[in-house]
Ligand binder design. Structure first.
Ligand code: BMP
Length: 235
């Protein structure tokens, strides 16, 4: 799956009082050629009528993007496998799970299953809210090691704490891992576009800054050009 050169992943968390399916399809329709992918989670799923609509949304995203299901899974391996199965059948291809659940009979089972299906695992090693610095950041190295040992395609680390992104990048390099860093926290949570890439992330996950704008496409274009400038500095 190509990611079209962009480093932007749009978080499709709908606002109140919209027809969720239509809202989603409109944003996808106006941004599709310009982004690396989309992320859906419980805020959308809780308001969708049927899995048929989710399938329609996955199809609208097209064939060559990251179609991320963000349930932040944190269960035993077998149950995580049975959770992701229907989403794979609907066409989604990337799944987010917590690294803190550990490897054996946890992330390893999920990872093996996803690999067998040609899908990707992204493991959460830190989060963008303040509270995570008291918990996850205290075991950051362990969490990154678990993510790497599970063969994760990527890890989530917070744009709101660039120091953590830099540290995750350093640990990944030390472990000779090519896992990508996906960073949420841009815009509504305060981190400026480009700042996570600057700190060593590969993708920036952006929700409300794009989806609450009257011109989502224009905002994505703006972020893409900021990213271009950041990346050209590091070439
Ligand atoms: P927004 O740009 O509107 O703040 O949205 C951020 C998105 O990234 C949300 O979908 C949220 O669930 C997700 N996210 C986050 O904000 N922080 C994390 O640490 C992990 C996330 O997945």
């Amino acid at each position: 799956m190509s990611t079209q050169g962009s480093r932007v992943i749009i978080a499709l968390d709908p606002p109140d009082n919209v027809d969720v399916a239509r809202w989603c399809l409109e944003i996808i329709g106006s941004t599709r050629p310009l982004v690396a992918g989309y992320k859906i989670g419980l805020p959308l799923m809780a308001r969708i009528e049927s899995t048929r609509v989710l399938k329609e949304i996955a199809e609208a995203m097209g064939g060559s993007v990251l179609k991320i299901v963000d349930l932040k899974l944190a269960d035993i391996g077998d149950i995580m496998v049975s959770t992701v199965k229907p989403f794979i059948d609907m066409g989604f291809n990337v799944f987010i799970a917590h690294a803190f659940i550990g490897l054996e009979d946890g992330l390893d089972k999920l990872s093996r299953f996803l690999h067998g299906k040609g899908a990707r695992l992204v493991a959460v090693v830190s989060m963008s809210h303040k509270g995570a610095s008291r918990t996850m950041d205290k075991m950051l190295r362990e969490l990154v090691e678990i993510a790497v040992e599970a063969g994760s395609w990527g890890v989530v680390a917070p744009a709101t704490r660039p120091r953590v992104v830099r540290e995750v990048r350093r640990i990944l390099e030390e472990l000779s891992s090519r896992a990508r860093i996906l960073s949420p926290g841009i815009g509504a949570q305060g981190a400026p576009p480009g700042s996570a890439l600057e700190a060593g992330a590969d993708y920036e996950i952006v929700g409300r800054l794009v989806t609450r704008s009257s011109d989502p496409r224009g905002v994505v274009e703006e972020i893409n050009s900021i990213h271009k400038r950041v990346l050209s500095k590091h070439d």
